[in-house]
Structure formats: C-alpha cells, structure tokens
Design a protein around this ligand. Structure first.
Ligand code: SAM
Length: 370
C-alpha cells in the first residue's frame, strides 16, 4: 500500500476487514504517524479534548480462576494473597473523589462466594454515601472489574452502588479466537473459562443496565492480525461502550512462559495500531490506555492517548499491596503511592494536547446516545 492509498483508507468512515488488517499491520514510521494523527483527530471530534481518570483500586488478588497468562492465577502459589478492608477501599475512593477524579474502578481476582458478593455491596453503598459532594452529587462514578458473575449478582451490585445509571463493568474477552481463548484458559480442574460464557456475561451486564466495557490482549502468542480484526468486529457486534486493551506481557508466575513474547518495540506499535483502528471503526466509545503500555515504555500511556485513548487508570492501590497484584513482569509504579501517580500524570497528559476531565465521570458517548 502506498501513501495515497493509505490516506484514502484513513479518510473513510467504514472499513472492510482487508482495510483493518492493513492498518493493523503498519510498521513504517510515517505510515504509523498518519494513522496516529487521524485517530487523534477523530477522538477530538467525537469525544472532545478530555482524558478521564478512573482511579484503579486493586482490592484483592484472591482468584478462583487459572487464566494461564495471569500472574495472580490461582495456581501461582508464590503469590501472597491479600484483600483490602472495606475501610481501606472506601478511603481510596474518597481520596480520589476529593482529588477531582470523576470515577474509580474496583478490580480483583474472581470470586463467587456470598461473603465476597456482599462485601462488594457494602463497599459500594459506603463509597456512594461518602463521596457525594456539590461537584459529584451522585458520588464518584464506579466501574467494577470483578470477572464472570451471574446476572443476579450484577443486579445486586448495580443496586448497591446507589447510582445505577452510571455503573460500569469491565470484562475483557481477551481474544475472540475460540482456539486461542481455549489455549489461554484450559487448566483442567479449575474454573475453566469459556468464551461463549464471557459473551453471555457481557450481555447480562447490558440487561442489568451497566455501561459495558470489554477488551483484549494484543500480541498473544499465536494471535494473527486477522484475529485482532475479528476482535474489533466483536466489539462492534457487542455494541460496547468502553474498551480497555493492552499488550500481552509475560509474567514469571504465568503458565505460558515457554511461548515467549513479541519483541517490545513491535508489540508496542501493534498495540498502538490496534487502539487507533478501534477508534476509527468504533467511533464514540471510551478507550482506556492500559497500564501494560507503560510497562513497555515509560510514556506508553501518553502514546496510547495520541493514538485515540481518552481514559487513563491511575493506580490508587496503596503501595504495600502493589507487589501482590503483578499480573505481568515490570508492572510500573510498584514503589509509588497514589499521590505520586496522580501528580505526575496531569503534565504528561497536557504534553500530548489533552486536558484532564476533573470531576467528570466521562460516560461513554455511545452509551449516552443509546
Ligand atoms: N478478574 C477480573 C477479570 O478476569 O476480568 C479482573 C482482573 S484481571 C487480572 C484483569 C485483566 O488483566 C485481564 O482481563 C487481562 O487482560 C489482564 N492481564 C492479566 N495477565 C496479563 C498479562 N500477562 N499481560 C497483559 N494483561 C494481562
């Protein structure tokens, strides 16, 4: 493809699978710059100038699942397990609200026991009560990222958050290729995952009234550009409101080490291309710059913003818990406290031509239009 053909594809508003695969595979510096500029332009046009903060609270690393890529999978006995107390979780959410964060994301390993489900309800009720203010009359926005659950559990959590119109959930389907999904999740005997079931969970979340977020890992061993194209088509089919995706990174505690990982520079470019193409194809959805981008390059999240992201998820987990939540190697900011993460980020965002959407929960425009 020459530059004129590339410019032609970038000026389109609908894209064939062939266009998508070609854009995903760009490697030439000038070609990638053209893709980046168009994705940034479309993001400004569709989403405005703001980048929204979702303060990430990694509340527990206890997990019943054994996803082979993940450093906190159940079978990794080297991990010291923790669960933050309700007071610690609420304190972080209140801190975030006072700093002007419009929303927080509660994430943890996957658990289904009643004690955990009720614990989340209690945290949500208290966060709602304690974060209401003139600037946030409904309290801080909440995104949950707590894995596959039943519709009834999703409904209980939505009710407990006190603000059911603004509740969100993030559950990546990781890859839309069923064989690859099976390879990633097939550890016999432990809460083995099923791709169809994850799709069903996403549909249940929609029925329960959530803004629905999903995503994939990019650069999984064996994954092709056609697989990534199918992922984008799946985002479209599911009509999602938010997307959070990042590079697959090896982890000492995972069960895929033998399969290796893409070379970092190529992996970074592929991840950025995937973000940009998703923006072009999906339009007005929220796209988060994953922390995993920052694990490859210090300015990875800023690059994500340049390629079409409009959400970042500063880590609000207290420093003493961070080492216990290492999903992959080189996870950034392990030694930092939330105050440090927040203060270094705003200038980084402004350096890329965006503003922080302080005190705005940043609902997906796709969701608002629905
Ligand atoms: N338990 C919830 C779930 O499964 O959705 C939330 C926690 S889970 C650890 C959050 C995300 O971490 C996963 O969806 C996965 O994409 C990502 N993740 C885990 N291991 C990873 C790795 N080695 N490289 C990149 N991302 C990884």
């Amino acid at each position: 493809m020459n530059r004129t053909q590339l410019a032609g594809i970038l000026s389109q508003t609908t894209f064939s699978d062939e266009d998508i695969v070609q854009l995903l595979g760009l490697t030439d510096l000038e070609d990638c710059r053209m893709l980046k500029d168009e994705a940034f332009r479309r993001t400004t046009e569709l989403m405005g100038p703001y980048v929204y903060y979702r303060g990430l609270i990694e509340l527990s690393n206890i997990c019943t699942a054994n996803c082979r890529y993940c450093g906190i999978r159940k079978a990794n006995h080297a991990v010291k397990r923790y669960t933050m107390t309700k007071e610690e979780i609420v304190e972080q959410a209140v801190w975030a609200a006072r700093q002007g964060y419009g929303s927080v994301c509660l994430q943890s390993g996957e658990r289904h026991d009643e004690k955990f489900i009720e614990f989340i309800c209690e945290c949500l009720r208290e966060i709602h009560e304690k974060t209401k203010s003139p600037l946030l009359p409904n309290g801080v926005g909440v995104t949950l990222s707590l894995g596959d659950q039943t519709e009834e559990v999703y409904r209980r959590w939505a009710k407990a958050c006190g603000n059911p119109e603004s509740i969100r959930y993030l559950a990546r389907f990781e890859t839309s290729n069923p064989e690859l999904f099976h390879m990633l999740h097939s550890t016999p005997g432990t809460n083995e995952k099923n791709l169809e079931h994850r799709f069903e969970c996403l549909r249940a979340l929609r029925r329960a009234g959530y803004q629905v977020g999903t995503g994939v890992m990019i650069g999984i061993p064996g994954q092709t550009l056609e697989d990534l194209c199918r992922d984008i088509r799946t985002f479209q089919k599911l009509d999602v409101d938010m997307i959070g995706m990042g590079p697959y990174l090896r982890s000492e505690g995972n069960d895929l080490e033998a399969l290796g990982q893409m070379e970092p520079k190529a992996l970074m470019q592929l991840a950025l291309n995937m973000i940009a193409v998703t923006r072009l194809v999906l339009g007005p959805v929220n796209i988060a710059a994953a922390t995993a981008l920052q694990a490859i390059r210090d300015d990875g999240r800023e690059l994500g913003i340049e390629y079409g992201c409009n959400v970042v998820m500063p880590n609000l987990s207290p420093q003493r818990f961070r080492k216990g939540y290492q999903l992959y190697d080189n996870k950034p900011c392990l030694e930092d406290e939330p105050t440090h993460c927040a203060s270094c980020l705003e200038s980084r965002i402004q350096s890329r031509g965006r503003e922080v959407g302080w005190n705005m929960s940043g609902s997906s425009r796709r969701y608002l239009r629905r």
